[in-house]
Structure formats: C-alpha cells, structure tokens
Design a protein around this ligand. Sequence first.
Ligand SMILES: Cc1cc2nc3c(=O)[nH]c(=O)nc-3n(C[C@H](O)[C@H](O)[C@H](O)COP(=O)(O)OP(=O)(O)OC[C@H]3O[C@@H](n4cnc5c(N)ncnc54)[C@H](O)[C@@H]3O)c2cc1C
Length: 480
Amino acid sequence: MYRQSDRAANLYNEWIPLTPLEDMERTEYDVLIVGSGAGGGAVLSQLCKQWGANGKKIGVVEKGGLLLPTHFYNIPTYTLPRFRSYFDKVSTPVNQTLFRELFALGGRTLAWQLVAPRMPPSETVSWPVPARELSFYYAAAERAIRVTPYYQEGSYYTSILLDRLHSRGFPHAVPMPIAVDREPTKYGQLHSNAAFSSIIQFAEALNRRPYDLAVNARAVEIITDRKRVTGVRVMSPDKKSYILKAKTVVLSASTFENPRLLMASGIPGRAIGHYLTTHSLLGLTGYFDRRQFPEVLGALGILIPGQAGHPYQVMIGGPPEEYNAYQQYLVKPLQNQLRVVAGAFGEVESRFDNRVVLDMAKRDEYGVPDIQVHFSYSEKDQAVIRQMRAGVRQLFTAMQATSVEQVEGPVIEAIHDMGTCRMGYDPSTSVTDPYGQVHGVSGLFVADNSVIPTSGTANPTLTTVALAIRTADYIIQRLR
Ligand SMILES: Cc1cc2nc3c(=O)[nH]c(=O)nc-3n(C[C@H](O)[C@H](O)[C@H](O)COP(=O)(O)OP(=O)(O)OC[C@H]3O[C@@H](n4cnc5c(N)ncnc54)[C@H](O)[C@@H]3O)c2cc1C
C-alpha cells in the first residue's frame, strides 16, 4: 500500500516517464546521451525523428532532477524579478566564478533568454564545417527550436527604433530572432508552450518512439576499451554506482562538466579543457521621451549582428523590466520616459591559457575531482570592449535617446561558455573531429556549447543545436 510520501513522489515523476538505473544497467545502448540541455535535447530529438521505432536503444542520463516541466517564461507568474530570484536559488556557480550551471532536466534551456541568431559567416569561415552544410543545419536548428524573426511584429516600439537605426547608419539592424512558437491554438491543438526549452524535444521524441531516461543520475566516468567507448559509470544520489553499456556515448554535460569527465576518466588530449571562451558583456541604458511613442508599445527586440570590423553584437530590449517579453497578466505602469537596455557581446579570443583543469586535491560528494577555471581577457579582448563601448553609444544617438548611462560591465558573459572540447582537424588544438567525435576514441562524441570552435559574436545556443543535429546525423550513418 502507498504511503502518502511515496504517492507524492510517484505523482511528481509522472509528467515524463523515467527508467530506474537498475533497469538501464541491463540494456546495451546504441546511443547513451549524458545531459539534457540544448545539446542533449537536440541529439535525442534528431535520433528519434530519423530512427522512428527501429529497435535501436537510446538512453539519457541527467544529473539534475525534474525542476520544471517547461521554460520559466511559460509560467503565468513569470516576471523578471521573480525569475532572477528563482534562478539565483536553483542554479550553481562554477567553482567561484561568474559562470553558472543549471542542473535539472532541460539544463539551462529552462531559463535561457531565447535569443537565437546565427554566427556571422565571417566567423564560421574558419570552422571545420563547410559553409553550405552549416547553413543547412542552421535552418534545421531554427525549425527545431522554432526561431522566428516575427516575434515583435506589429510592435511600434520595435519598428520606430528600427527605422531610426536603418536611416542613421545601421542598415544591418534586424528584429531579434527569438525561439518562440507563434502558432495559434487551433483545431484543438494547443500551442501553450510558446518559449522553447529542450523539454519540448523530450516530449516530441517520446511521442515518436520509446527511450530510457534517468534523472538524478550523475555520470562520473567514461569507460573505454582499446580506444573505443564501451559505456559510462553513473551514480545515484545514494552514491550507488551503475555501469551503463553503450556503443556510442554523447557528452552533452556542458562546457565545464565535459572536460572534467574526460580528464577524470583518463582520456588523453592536449586541448581537453583548453580554449575556454565566452563573450565580454557590456550593458548600457538609454532613456527616451515617452511622448514620441504611441500608447500601446508592444515588446522591443532589436539585434545588431557582429560583422567584419565590428567584433561585437548588440541586443536592444525594452519595457517592462528591461526585457523583450512579458506575461499578458502583467499590469504595466504609465511612464514618463522609456528605459531601453542594450547588451553588447564582444568576441573573445580562443587562447590555450583560458582553461578548465582538474583540482586533484578536492573532490565532490561523488568522488570526482573538482575543477579550477582560469580565464582572463587578452589585450585584443580589451580593445574589442573599448570599441564596443563607443559603438553602443553611437547606437543610442542614432535611436535619439535623451540620455545614456553604462549600467553593467565589462564583465564576462557568464552563460555563454564555449570551446573546452572544440572541434577541429588537429588533435593538438582541438578535442573532437569536425563531426564531434573525440580524437582517438571511437564512438565517443561531444554535442553542446563546448564543441563551438571560436566565440564569434552570436549567442551560442542555436549553433549548439545546429552542430548537435549534424552530429546525430553522423551517428545515424555510422550505426547503419
Ligand atoms: C538566464 C540565461 C539566459 C540565457 N540566454 C540565452 C540566449 O538568449 N541565447 C542563447 O543562445 N543562449 C542563452 N543562454 C545560454 C544557453 O542556455 C546555453 O547556451 C545552452 O543551454 C547550453 O547548452 P548545453 O547543452 O551546452 O548546456 P546545458 O543547457 O547547461 O545542459 C547541460 C546538461 O548536462 C547536465 N549535466 C551536467 N553534468 C552532468 C553529469 N555529470 N551527468 C549527467 N548530466 C550532467 C546538466 O544538469 C544539464 O542538464 C542563457 C542561459 C541562461 C542561464
């Protein structure tokens, strides 16, 4: 008979089917994915879409629990201050740095800001992926996470400021590309999960074919035999170990956890953990005369992509509360002036010295060595920050702001971590080959922000999803 507490725990698990690790130990997986954020969700979704119910075995292990069944913005009580306070509580700083992780099913896609631009071609030309192929996978990623340039359509706020930018020297300013499902609910088909998180991919995959998913399942070791991956050792919160067998393992555990797992498992590679990169971040606020705008404002979302000679991207957002999205339930106060926030991301050089290393003197509760993070700006990065500061002021002048103040930075963009398992041809400067397979270990792949070769200027998630779909297609060919 159920006790009340058992019943509550079971109900809590019922919104997505879970498989006990004891059962997963009895299966040999064709593909085992570690981590369920942007990279892990994209790989799972593509495998399930392409394979259908073909009998291949797919498993996913996720270190975190079932925090939320949807993106935070889809929750009716969402406001920016409530979100900030909640995110601070549920996320974890990486080793006393500003970088933050969210250990939960869905990873950081439960909280991301949904801004999903492509990397500028001037950046990706040096990447080990042919331009036409990358463009094909960007389009696939945009469909997968429902990116739209029409999110602010009809908003005078966006169109007035966009017109001012276009006519005053910024013709490349565009409406912000946002990962939001704009389909209306019709014919009885609900489209209530507007803001994208990887939970949507877990749902789509589930409705195509079965797969095994374990949460609160921390991967602690990658197991290899004669340069071939054979499985992963996973631990439960009660510190019990399980050996999960797999022909293919995909690490999607983030920029910090992937190199940690690789190094702690003794996988060799000069570049593992190195070339850590992100963006530099500068926040400026401009004030506008409210009388220049109509009463119904709408949301503000404008993106000025980086380009040759301008190694920074600027995102411009508006009220309420500095953000380009708000719940319909929010009561907006009448204002005398408008406050517009511009966030600028500067390109950061990929340098060997910026790195994640194991700290053998300290271990976590699972016995895995901790990491130390070493990161600093180069002289070139500082020059980009100076150029960006002047550039954003020019943007506010073009938009006819009455005054401008710097509100943030320069700091590191704490959530755009990339590069610690970067892809490339040369094993001395990269960790994986151009398809995401770790150099020298057959069947071991990486698919998340850590494979992105250089920071460029664009927010990373769309690129991660594009490269992860490509890696999944490669795995499908390989396992034919
Ligand atoms: C507030 C906020 C706003 C953001 N806004 C944007 C934006 O507008 N645009 C954009 O492009 N990006 C944005 N980002 C960044 C975006 O969320 C990340 O780029 C993206 O989620 C990275 O995907 P990932 O798969 O590399 O890592 P994650 O999404 O973090 O997923 C990693 C997963 O691995 C799991 N894991 C870790 N270690 C283990 C282990 N040992 N065993 C098993 N599982 C493990 C984690 O719990 C997690 O679920 C934002 C992030 C935040 C927090």
